[in-house]
Design a protein around this ligand. Sequence first.
Ligand SMILES: Cc1cc2nc3c(=O)[nH]c(=O)nc-3n(C[C@H](O)[C@H](O)[C@H](O)COP(=O)(O)OP(=O)(O)OC[C@H]3O[C@@H](n4cnc5c(N)ncnc54)[C@H](O)[C@@H]3O)c2cc1C
Length: 547
Amino acid sequence: MTIKRLKLKISGMTCEHCASSIEKSLVQAGVIEANISYLAKGGTVSIDLRKTTLDDVLAAVQSRGHYRVVDVLELNSGESSSARHLIIIGGGSAAFAAALQAHDLRARVTMINDGLPIGGTCVNVGCVPSKILIRAAHDLHLACQHPFAGIAKTAKLVDFSALMSQVKEMVAALQKQKYIDVIKDLTHFEYIQGRAQIASPNTVEVNGKTIYGDAIIVASGASPSVPTIPGLEDVHFLTNESLYNLQTLPEHLIILGGSFIGLETAQMFARFGSKVTIIERLPQILASESADIVAELSRHLRNEGIEILTSARTLSVNETGGRVRMHVQAEDKEMYLNGTHLFLATGRRGNTDNLTSDKLELERNRQGFLKVDEYLQTKLPSVFAAGDVIGGHMFVYTAAMEGKLAALNALTDSKQKADYNIVPRVVFTDPQFASVGYDQQGATAAGFSAETITLEIKHIPRFITANEQRGFIQLTRERDSDQLLGARVIAPEGGELIMQIAMALKFGATVADLREMLHPYLTASEGVKLAAITFTKNLEQLSCCAT
Ligand SMILES: Cc1cc2nc3c(=O)[nH]c(=O)nc-3n(C[C@H](O)[C@H](O)[C@H](O)COP(=O)(O)OP(=O)(O)OC[C@H]3O[C@@H](n4cnc5c(N)ncnc54)[C@H](O)[C@@H]3O)c2cc1C
């Protein structure tokens, strides 16, 4: 091994300025990386023995002022001579999963994060604040709109800013518990706040320093993609990075984009009392889903007063007197919308601008997402990538899976492939839309002789007792073998139902397996069994606890 890490004890420093001047002379002397701290009374350096000797290091320290190296510890031999150094760019879910895997492999880890606070999108400006607000909106809605006699329907949002403060507190608590506290006790781990740039296949520059790593993982995430619309540059708009700072409830929220972020946000604000308009450029919301799914979900959203415009082009936008005026062409009609707030949910862009120095290039597509192979390796063998920055399935659980795998592949010879065979997905509207595996169209396109049944949830005892009629369960199977191929669910808490089907898919279950499994009566999951029965029997002719 030609790279050596040394821990230096240095005398004579009186402030952090001394530390940075020592770092400078060490770098001039050719060390790969120097981290010196006045408070620590020393620091660490990495040297390439083919280019730099210990004497060079000692001389570099002594060349400045009256500083002296009073002790040297060779870290490589003190720790493990094979300890490898992984640099992770990003501080979100993919980065953390990579760091913990690397830690388990006894590697040394440097995590560099900038932009979003530690924890990245999910905890700060994504999954967590959105799901807290969705839940609050759900509870408010249910209190006002429940279907039972004799109970008042009187709940009211009285203090939006108090709710938003509570969201901030809950986010901060989870950020501490799941990110800050997790790294506190990691050994051989360093967190650096700063913007990282890959300078060479094995070095990263941050805060004016160059750090050497045996491998680099890019986990820099994605940001809201801002569409080109005449006038937009002069308009205040919200994205998921600013939405959760709102202190007053929008009177009329216009949402650009009818995919999952747009839909979840729309329903949440409509339930709080905002007027909400969704503008979708394509002929339908949830572009890749089948027409029956889209029709069912659209119906329930519209029933709550949400306006949905499809095949809608925004011709221009401007802001006057605190209102956002949008000129829109929807289908064949031109119209002007006059909102108080505009929220962009028009897709995401990979955070790869200025990620590499001019001399180096990583392949990326037009949306800035990095190209990786099935091992999550870029075309530079020492550089891997994981999470939203590689596009594809942009969920926190796929980001975590990829982060872990990237670390494993970067630090060992394991060569494991990312497996996207079974990726359950949930849109957290109410009713939720959840899916896994194939639908009828996908299964047919993949060459299966497929068959799909649909069971409306009004036939499921759990939902009958809840007076709930919205949604259905759809199962798809291979006709001859009875092999389960996938499912689509629209139902309250449909995300919980989908995992039963995801497990069944993972273990190659047939529809008969689902049908024959005992399901407790009056659970929502019994609906999956009833849907399985529907392939062969008419439910209406069966009694309770049908089999
Ligand atoms: C509104 C919303 C709701 C969502 N809800 C869900 C949900 O319910 N369930 C779900 O599974 N997923 C959800 N997601 C998706 C999920 O949040 C993301 O897939 C996940 O957080 C991505 O994690 P990541 O580690 O890849 O990136 P991030 O968490 O974005 O982390 C990347 C970090 O790297 C930083 N960075 C970028 N460039 C550099 C650089 N050069 N140097 C240093 N640091 C850099 C970034 O600022 C950021 O801090 C939601 C997303 C949004 C926007």
